[in-house]
Design a protein around this ligand. Sequence first.
Ligand SMILES: Nc1ncnc2c1ncn2[C@@H]1O[C@H](COP(=O)(O)OP(=O)(O)OP(=O)(O)O)[C@@H](O)[C@H]1O
Ligand SMILES: [Mg+2]
Length: 302
Amino acid sequence: MSKASNPFYFESPSDRWSFTDREDLLPQLVTFMSERNRRMLVHGRRRMGKTSLMQNAAKKAGAAFLYCDVSKAASLPELARKLLESAPQAENDGLLSKVLGIAKKHFKTVVLAAGKITLSGELKPDQGTQTLEDVLNYLNEQAGIMDKPWTICFDEFQDIQILMGERAAWQLRGIVQGHRNVNFLFSGSDHRLVKWMTSPDAAFFKQLTQMEVRAIAPAHLTDWIARRAKIGGLARFPYGADIVAIAGPCTGDVVRLAKIVFDLVASGKTDDVVKVAFDAIALGPVNTIAKPGGDCRPERWN
Ligand SMILES: Nc1ncnc2c1ncn2[C@@H]1O[C@H](COP(=O)(O)OP(=O)(O)OP(=O)(O)O)[C@@H](O)[C@H]1O
Ligand SMILES: [Mg+2]
């Protein structure tokens, strides 16, 4: 047998080659990203595939996608800086000089480096909300002169409360409600996020399109596992159905289990490989896989 190369990755969102299914949700997100002035909440259990879906939709839409993971930002100025850095570059000198003009309207200290706008003195830790507001106002105005529609994505949005306090959603609503040139995509896995964003007393009540990312159909995943295993060098890999059944509904758990089974089979083992792999995860140092038929409980705010 030629050397097999494991085609299952569970640590990061899936790229365009390893992404599968979502044929119902993908076109809706592509349409969303191809328009302007829209707001959407993408939610679902942990490890179900929200980030993978959003990132793949952005590629498919060919839209500008300004992505930030709120849970990874240590402060609001850092979040603002990440958004600013993810803004697309102006593609020609004419556009660049317009962008520079807009930047100078919004910020005192604008630096132009390698065709990109950066700020040197603006991102002050004690003025976090103001900084984020300035950056979002600027991005909205810049989006207005660009060809492609822009989507600003706040992933793990529930963590905005850690940075901005309990009134975060209201403050953000105040900032973005006049931003007509950009789409806003909020996403998160916390089961309270939907209520927090959309209940009658919530900031974005009746202002968001909602999308729930649910489990991929078991039969589809079973076929996909066999196809991926073949790409990885194992033409015969009849373990997909067992993997899906034992891993439970979360896509990430399925991929993680498939990865270990693949390694076992590639090393010549065939007996009880799914059970052996499951036990290896369940008894391992970080046990996050769902029990069969179990729930992928949100890990935040528990
Ligand atoms: N449509 C898909 N096709 C193939 N693999 C997928 C798909 N969706 C998710 N995965 C895999 O599942 C894992 C979790 O995906 P992802 O990080 O997108 O989920 P998430 O819902 O954003 O998770 P979290 O709650 O941790 O943010 C990744 O390994 C990813 O590669
Ligand atoms: Mg995610």
